[in-house]
Design a protein around this ligand. Structure first.
Ligand code: PEP
Length: 268
């Protein structure tokens, strides 16, 4: 059984004052919701604040990216161990904004996945197609490339550790991010099942264990239908994670639905 997971991606938003209000609202709203897991990925300068305000709560915090190197002349970058130093247990990787605006590739994203595992961080690895790729019917081709880069990069030891750390994948169609166009639950289900099958090619047990969450204009009013699909194990929330009531409402949906049950027995 997989527990639902809801992750807030604040992107480049916030300041000390507004973060305090937001985290206060979230911690209060989620205090007794213990049937799902919750994470907020905050901008790096505010990780200290997140640690201060979230320690001892049922909410974890994480980074929004980390480089594949441990140290060096990489101005502006963050190493995985810097995130664990600040109590992060998760890191977002391969987000479409990183891929499209900062030229990250399947190979660099996969290398970062590997480095995160080495540093004991749980990656939340984003995959998804652009609108042009979607229109051209290339969704599965694109996602296969993104997934296979990760699978090829992890050796047996790191793959076993990734299972232990409960690695997360997130289906985020770029055309749904911040656009108000949410994927239909049926489309999301079909892509999530595809992703699970891609993992099953390497290890069926891992495929059944790991969580695949959906992201792209997720709101409290569309979460229930998406989270009810058998292979959708929660959500990655951008815009709506900046409003405490909205984020809490999405988390309540995740908390109220029992964990997923889909099981892969054979590889497709
Ligand atoms: C995101 O960028 O991860 C995201 C899901 O954004 P939004 O919810 O705003 O579409």
């Amino acid at each position: 059984m997989r527990r639902n997971l809801v992750v807030g991606n604040w992107k480049m938003h916030g300041d000390l004052q507004s973060n305090q209000l937001l985290l206060g609202g979230i911690t209060q709203g989620l205090a007794n919701l213990n049937e799902a897991d919750y994470v907020v990925c905050v901008p790096s300068p505010y990780l200290f604040q997140a640690r201060e305000l979230l320690q001892g709560t049922n909410i974890s915090w994480g980074g929004q990216n980390a480089l594949q190197y441990e140290e060096g002349a990489f101005t502006g970058a963050v190493a995985p161990h810097m995130l664990t130093d600040l109590g992060c247990t998760y890191v977002l990787l391969g987000h479409s904004e990183r891929r499209n605006l900062f030229h990250e590739t399947n190979l660099t994203a996969a290398a970062r996945f590997d480095a995160a595992i080495k540093a004991n961080l749980t990656p939340i690895f984003c995959v998804g197609e652009t609108s042009v790729e979607y229109e051209a019917g290339l969704t599965e081709v694109i996602i296969a490339g993104q997934m296979d880069a990760v699978m090829a990069t992890l050796d047996e030891t790191h793959f076993a550790k990734a299972i232990e750390l409960n690695m997360v994948f997130s289906y985020e169609p770029a055309w749904a991010i911040g656009s108000g166009k949410t994927a239909t639950p049926e489309h999301a289900q079909s892509v999530h099942a595809f992703i699970r099958n891609r993992i099953a090619r390497r290890n069926i047990e891992a495929a059944n264990k790991i969580r695949i969450i959906y992201g792209g204009s997720l709101k409290a009013n569309n979460a229930a239908k998406l989270f009810s699909m058998p292979d959708v194990d929660g959500g990655l929330v951008g815009g709506a994670s900046l409003v405490a009531e909205e984020f809490v409402a999405i988390c309540k949906v995740a908390n109220s639905l029992k964990s997923r049950q889909s099981e892969i027995a054979t590889i497709h």
